[in-house]
Write a protein that binds this ligand. Structure first.
Ligand SMILES: Nc1ncnc2c1ncn2[C@@H]1O[C@H](COP(=O)(O)OP(=O)(O)OP(=O)(O)O)[C@@H](O)[C@H]1O
Ligand SMILES: [Mg+2]
Length: 297
C-alpha cells in the first residue's frame, strides 16, 4: 500500500469539488457534511458483528433513515446471507471494474441498501486512473444519498479494518463477555487509540448470559481503557444470548424483523436508539470514501 501523495490528494479534492458542483441534486438533506459513519468491528471473530451491523441497519432503516450497509469483511462476507438476498454483484466486481457501483448497491428493504462484500479490495491498487476516479465518484455520490453508512468490518486488526475505523465517526466494538474476546477487543482499542484519527469508541457486549455479566465486562473494559490507554470507550449496552438469533440466521432474516419482541431484538433496538441520539446532528467528517481511498493507495 502506498501512501497518497499531496498531488493525488489535491487532485482528488478538486475532483470532488467539481463533482459536487455539477451534481447538486445528488446531495442529501444532510449536506454538506455527509452521512454518519459507523464501523462495526471486533478483536475476535464470531462475536456477532455481522448480526449487530445487519440488525442495526435494518432498525435504522425501518425508522426512516437512509442506510447504506457496506459489507467490508473481505474474508467472510455474509451480510447478504443474513439479509436473505442473492447479490447480483459485489464489492470485488466494482473494484475490478466488472460492474457499476449502482448495480452493486442493492435495495434490500425500504431505505436500506447493501453493498455485498467480497475479497479483492486490494484490486483498487490495480485500477487505472479513470476507473478509480469513476469508482470514487460513484461511491461519493452513493454516500451523499444516505444518512447513515454502516460498515461490517472483518475481525481483527488488519490494515483494512484500521482504514475503515479511521475514516468513521463511530467505531462500534462488538465483543462477548468471554475473556479472550475482551482481550482481543482491548488490543483493537489499543491500536485505535494510537491512530492518526481516533473515532468515538463504543462497546457492545453481545451474547451475555445476564445483565450482571454484561455490566461487569463493560465496566472492567472501560476502566482499563481509561486507565492504561487514556481513552474513553462509551458503554453502548448489552445484547443477551438469545436462541432467536441463530434461528433468525437460519431463516436468513434479521432477528429484529422476524422476532421483534425477542430479548436480543429489543436490545438491538435500544442500541439503535442510542446511536440515533448520536446521529441527531450530521457527521463532522466528510467524504468517507474519499478518505478510504486516500488510505488504500
Ligand atoms: N446474541 C446472540 N445470541 C445467540 N447467538 C448469537 C448472538 N449473536 C450472534 N450469535 C451467533 O453467533 C454466530 C456468529 O455471529 P456473527 O456472524 O454475527 O459474528 P461475526 O462477529 O460477524 O463473525 P465473523 O468474525 O466470522 O465475521 C452466529 O451463528 C450467530 O447466530
Ligand atoms: Mg461477520
Amino acid at each position: 500500500m502506498t501512501a497518497i501523495t499531496t498531488d493525488q490528494a489535491t487532485a482528488l479534492r478538486r475532483m470532488m469539488e467539481q463533482h459536487e458542483a455539477v451534481e447538486p441534486a445528488a446531495v442529501a438533506p444532510h449536506p454538506p457534511t455527509g452521512p454518519f459513519v459507523i464501523a462495526v468491528a471486533s478483536g475476535k471473530g464470531g462475536v456477532g458483528k455481522s448480526n449487530v451491523a445487519v440488525n442495526l441497519s435494518w432498525t435504522l432503516a425501518a425508522a426512516g433513515h437512509r442506510v447504506l450497509l457496506l459489507d467490508a469483511d473481505l474474508g467472510t462476507a455474509n451480510a447478504d446471507v443474513l439479509l436473505g438476498v442473492r447479490p447480483r454483484h459485489h464489492l470485488g466486481d466494482v473494484l475490478g471494474g466488472r460492474c457499476a457501483l449502482d448495480d452493486a448497491a442493492q435495495l434490500v428493504a425500504p431505505h436500506l441498501r447493501l453493498i455485498p462484500g467480497a475479497s479483492g479490495i486490494g484490486d483498487v491498487a490495480n485500477l487505472g486512473d479513470a476507473q478509480r476516479e469513476r469508482l470514487l465518484h460513484g461511491m461519493a455520490r452513493l454516500e451523499q444519498s444516505c444518512d447513515t453508512l454502516i460498515i461490517d468490518c472483518g475481525a481483527g486488526i488488519s490494515q483494512n479494518v484500521l482504514a475503515f475505523a479511521q475514516a468513521a465517526d463511530q467505531l462500534l466494538l462488538v465483543t462477548t463477555p468471554e475473556p479472550t474476546a475482551l482481550a482481543d477487543a482491548y488490543s483493537l482499542v489499543k491500536v485505535a487509540s494510537r491512530m492518526q484519527h481516533t473515532p468515538d469508541l463504543a462497546l457492545v457486549v453481545n451474547a451475555v448470559l445476564d445483565r450482571q455479566e454484561g455490566r461487569e465486562a463493560t465496566q472492567r473494559f472501560t476502566a482499563a481503557a481509561a486507565r492504561f490507554l487514556q481513552i474513553a470507550v462509551d458503554d453502548f449496552g448489552q445484547i443477551p444470548r438469545d436462541p432467536r438469533v441463530p434461528l433468525a440466521v437460519r431463516e436468513r432474516r434479521p432477528v429484529v424483523h422476524v422476532y421483534p419482541r425477542s430479548p436480543a431484538a429489543r436490545a438491538i433496538s435500544a442500541l439503535a436508539q442510542r446511536i440515533l441520539s448520536r446521529t441527531a446532528g450530521p457527521s463532522v467528517r466528510r467524504g468517507f470514501f474519499q478518505q478510504i481511498f486516500g488510505l488504500f493507495y
